[in-house]
Write a protein that binds this ligand. Sequence first.
Ligand code: UDP
Length: 408
Amino acid sequence: MTRILVVGCGFAGATVARELADAGWEVDMIDQRSHIAGNAFDEIDCNGIRIHRYGPHLFHTSNKRVIDWIARFGEFVTYEHRVQARLPDGRCVVLPINRATINDVFGVTLNDSEAVRAFLLTQAVDIAHPANAAEYLATKVGVILSDLFFRPYTRKMWGLDLEDLDASVVKRIPLRYDNEDRYFPGETYQVMPRLGYTRLFEVILDHPCIRVCLNQSFDASMLRGYVHCFNSMPIDAFFDYRIGRLPYRSIRFHHHTVRFDYGCGSAATINFTDAGPLTRETDWTRIQGHVVRQGPSKTITREEPCDYSENNHERYYPVKTSDGRYQVLYSRYKALAAAVANVSFIGRCGTYQYLDMHQVISQSLAHVSAWIDQRRSSGSVKGSPLSSSSEPSGRFACTPNIGLSAGS
Ligand code: UDP
C-alpha cells in the first residue's frame, strides 16, 4: 500500500497533499463539499465581482517559508487590509484603535505616540494577571474603549461576554499609538492571489499523483485502503462525539447588490460595534483584483454570526473560553487520536485551533515534512512519484485533475 488519504481540500489538506505528491506518494483527496479550497473558496458572481463564499480571507504572514511555498503556485498582488468601526452613533472611526481613533472618540488632540500612551494610562485598569478578554482589554485600553469596540461585538460574534472569552481572541487586534491604520500592521507580506484562491488551489492540486473526489464524506471504512490518512475533519465528528461536542461559531452571509458608487472611505470592511445582529460588511470592490467585470452594480456582504448548529453545521471558529473548558475536551479527543496510529489530524477543525491561513500552511508543512522524513528513515517511500500508480484505491471515483472554472 502506497496511497494516502487526505480528508478536506482546504489549506491544510492541500498543503499536505502537495508535499506528499512532490515526495513521491500517491494521494486521494476527498471533500464533502462540491468544491475545493475549503473556506477560502471564491467565485465571480453575477455583478462581475470576486466574492469569498465563506467570508473575507486576507492573506498575511511574516513567515518566509510560507510565502515562498505558496508563491510557487500563483502570482500574488499586494493588498493591505483596512477596517473602519461604525459606532452606535453612526460615526466611522479607524480600527485597530490608533491615535486618530482615540482623538475621534474622546474629542481630544493627541499629537504623538507618547501622548497616546499617557492618555491610555489614564483609562487603563491595573490588573496583575488578566484572566480573560475583559481584563486584558481593561489593562490595555480601559473600560470605555472596551465597551465601545469590543463588548457588544464580541457578544454577537461569540455568544459570550468578554469575561468568558479567552484573551488570545481579542489579542488578534493590535493597539496602535501612532496613526498606522492597517489591520495587520506587523506582517511583512500582505497579499492576495491575483486570480483568486480557487484558482490557486487548482494549481496546488494539479499534480499527477493527486486525485480529488468532491461530494464525498469521510467514512472510517475508507482507512483500510490507505497507508495513512491526514484528516482535517472535526476531530469530535471523527470519534462520533463520544465524549461530547466541540462548539464552533458560524456565520450567515448576506450578499447584497448595490450601486457601484455605494459607500465611502477606503476601508474594505466596516465593523458594526452596536448590539444588532450583524458584525461586519465587506465591499469586495475595495480588495485588490476583486472587480473582474465592472458594471453599474457591485456586491457587498454582511455577516451574521450564529452557532454552527443553526447554519447547516458549517464550522468556522473554534470557541476558546477563559476557563479553557473546550480546550480540555479537545485534549481528551487528542488523547484518543494518539491511539489511532494511521490518522493525523490537521487544520482548524482537526486541531481545534483558531488559525489563520498562513498558520494552517505552516503547521501543515511542519507536520507533513516530519511524517515524510520519518517514513524515509524507515525506508518506506517509493523511489519515483509514479511508481505506485498501478494500485488505485478503487473506493471512489477520483479525478486526476479538478478543472473547476469558478473563481479562475
Ligand atoms: N473584535 C471586536 N470588535 C471588532 C473586531 C474584533 O470585539 O470590531 C473582537 C471579537 O471578539 C473578534 C476578535 O476580536 O472575534 C477577533 O477579531 P478578528 O477581526 O481577528 O476576527 P476574524 O477576522 O478572525 O473573524
